[in-house]
Ligand binder design. Structure first.
Ligand SMILES: Nc1nc2c(ncn2[C@@H]2O[C@H](COP(=O)(O)OP(=O)(O)OP(=O)(O)O)[C@@H](O)[C@H]2O)c(=O)[nH]1
Length: 330
């Protein structure tokens, strides 16, 4: 069975609407990355020049140099081992290699550490403008739809706008928002958030934080204090610390991840605005180069545009055109 068929089978296990969301959200990346790969594989034969062109294509899609070299080396090896002669056979092979690289080890499971029957605390970190507030709103919607009671804590007290924006999301999704005035201590807001969540019998508390990267020491102190308060109230919490990264910032996102990982341990990454970039290869670079798994991706501005990062859906969407063509031929 061709790998495209296996991908199709795998994505058919989720609903068609999820598959369509991945397809439309990743259409820019698919058009540019898979489109450019297609052009490379139109060559009459497989040679060194072809591999070099492929490297250029992957690097310009933000896959990153290390990951690109790894992918192309694997392609070379598989071509030899499987005695592939036709460049046209390389598209499904590339999809197979990418799917495998994205899967990584078992530790890279996209699942969230949600406590059954107890309060789960999710700390959201990231610099301003990456879509942190929007993501909190979307996560609240996601879990509310799953029947969970969600409370939000407006811990980004640095920007008055951030508190207001979270309040607007709270109203839209119909969940409570615990807030203080702008400029107050974020740890105090989170503390109140925990008390309110406990008192109201909530399942999940999503905590916003300010992300001032300009001053790493401040960032660390603030996050350390927030952590201390959370741990004192609920041993073992936060259960998830998710870093929100804007996919359109490219390789800079990797840098942000390293700084935040130093400041506070990360358990997962949310990659937003994937729909707004043709360089979605950054998801592959992040997944490969950081020890932290991508757990969610943002595929648009609507409430249900935040999706769990399902690697087969991602690869299926990336190669959507080639898969459709293979179907036509058969
Ligand atoms: N297209 C698209 N837009 C997004 C996505 N996620 C967020 N946005 C938009 O990005 C903009 C910034 O999002 P905010 O949530 O305001 O981000 P923010 O300002 O980072 O919030 P803070 O990080 O809390 O300061 C908004 O216009 C969002 O609608 C996404 O996945 N796709």
């Amino acid at each position: 069975m061709s790998f495209f068929k296996r991908l199709k089978e795998s994505v058919s296990k989720t609903t068609e609407s999820v598959t369509n969301k991945f397809k439309s959200g990743l259409s820019k990346t698919s058009a540019s990355l898979a489109g450019a790969m297609d052009a490379v594989f139109m060559r009459s034969h497989i040679d060194e020049e072809m591999y070099e062109e492929l490297e250029d294509v992957l690097i310009s899609a933000d896959v990153g140099v290390n990951t690109t070299l790894e992918i192309v080396d694997r392609l070379r090896k598989e071509v030899k081992e499987r005695r592939i002669k036709e460049p046209a056979e390389l598209q499904p092979l590339m999809s197979e290699i990418l799917a495998d690289i994205l899967k990584g080890e078992a530790a890279h499971s996209p699942s969230m550490n949600i406590q059954d029957g107890e309060l789960t605390i999710v700390l959201m970190v990231g610099v301003n403008g990456v879509g942190k507030t929007t993501t909190i709103g979307k996560l609240a919607h996601y879990y509310k739809q799953q029947g969970k009671k969600v409370v939000l804590a407006a811990g980004d007290t640095f920007r008055a706008g951030a508190i207001e924006q979270l309040q607007v999301w709270g109203e839209r999704v119909e969940v409570d928002v615990i807030r203080h005035q702008a400029g107050s201590d974020p740890a105090a807001v989170i503390y109140d958030g925990i008390q309110a969540a406990k008192a109201r019998g909530a399942d999940i508390l999503l905590c916003d934080t300010a992300g001032r990267l300009q001053n790493k020491v401040n960032l660390m102190q603030e996050l350390t204090k927030v952590h201390r308060v959370i741990q004192r109230e609920i041993p073992g919490a936060p259960h998830e610390t998710l870093l929100v990264l804007d996919a359109t910032t490219g390789q800079n996102a990797l840098q942000q991840a390293k700084i935040f990982n130093d400041a506070t341990g990360l358990s997962g990454i949310v990659l937003t605005k994937m729909d707004g970039t043709a360089k979605g290869g950054i998801a592959i670079a992040i997944r490969r180069e950081l020890a932290t798994p991508v757990k969610w991706i943002g595929l648009g501005e609507q409430m249900d545009d935040l999706q769990p990062f399902i690697t087969d859906q991602f690869v299926h969407a990336l190669f959507a055109n080639a898969i459709a063509q293979e179907e036509k031929v058969q």
